[in-house]
Design a protein around this ligand. Structure first.
Ligand code: ATP
Ligand code: AMP
Ligand code: MG
Length: 202
């Protein structure tokens, strides 16, 4: 196995970062050399350095020009980061990101051609939960500001949009699409499913 890249997407607050922390623990204990790259971190670093945003939840409210530019720069940096990883034969790179972002101007792809072709994921994993679960997780998580996503109708629409955008990105690079359910109180189950997938991808 060389460098296996997997993109993990899902609506804000569904539990991507939580599940991926568990995935890293498990894969590391199985001897994989794992790196999780949070796409939003890279966009935040670009925009924070320029004094444009103070928090990651401000990114999606910027103009399209600002977001597209930051997205491009993030994709470029991430590619460099992947290339810099020493190829010891069992490297796994997981990109914690979004298939679709609700911007002030409309829905926007998180993995458009110029991004997904830079990253070349073998799989796009969509993490899903029920609207009720997502709303209650968003409400409990005081570290983030997701009020713009805290609406049942929007979340229903976004669950559907995530699938559509993920498929659109996957066909550009021949990636598999996998839907993983993050059950309330059991993020480890979702993590195990992702671990099994990554192991099987080879
Ligand atoms: P964002 O896209 O905004 O970064 P995210 O998908 O990474 O969101 P997390 O930050 O991982 O979401 O999770 C949001 C909240 O939900 C956190 O408080 C986390 O502890 C909680 N959470 C995640 N998964 C579960 C679960 N299976 N059961 C209960 N709570 C969960
Ligand atoms: P996150 O912590 O995953 O929610 O990421 C923070 C923010 O970064 C998101 O709310 C988006 O505004 C932005 N972001 C993350 N991934 C992407 C992407 N692939 N394309 C565009 N914006 C992204
Ligand atoms: Mg997250």
């Amino acid at each position: 196995m060389g460098k296996t890249v997997v993109a993990v997407v899902g609506v804000p607050g569904v539990g991507k970062t939580t599940v991926l922390n568990l995935v890293v623990k498990e894969l590391t204990s199985e001897g994989f050399n794992v790196k999780v790259i949070n796409f939003g971190d890279y966009m935040f670093n670009v925009l924070h350095a320029k004094g444009i945003v103070k928090s990651r939840d401000e990114i999606r409210h910027q103009s399209m020009e600002v977001q597209i530019n930051a997205q491009l720069m993030a994709a470029e940096e991430i590619r460099k980061e992947i290339d810099l990883m020493q190829d010891v034969g069992n490297n796994v790179v997981i990109i914690d990101t979004h298939a679709v972002i609700k911007t002030g101007n409309g829905f926007w792809s998180g993995l458009p051609e110029y991004v997904v072709k830079r990253i070349q994921p073998k799989a796009i994993v969509i993490i899903e939960s029920s609207v009720e679960e997502i709303m209650s997780r968003q409400g409990r998580d005081k570290n983030r500001y997701r009020a713009d996503y805290n609406d049942p109708r929007l979340l229903n629409e976004l669950l559907m949009m995530n699938r559509m955008y993920a498929i659109a990105s996957a066909v550009l690079v021949g990636a598999v699409v996998r839907i993983v359910y993050n059950r309330e109180g059991a993020p480890g189950e979702a993590a195990q499913e992702i671990v099994n997938l990554i192991t099987a991808l080879g």
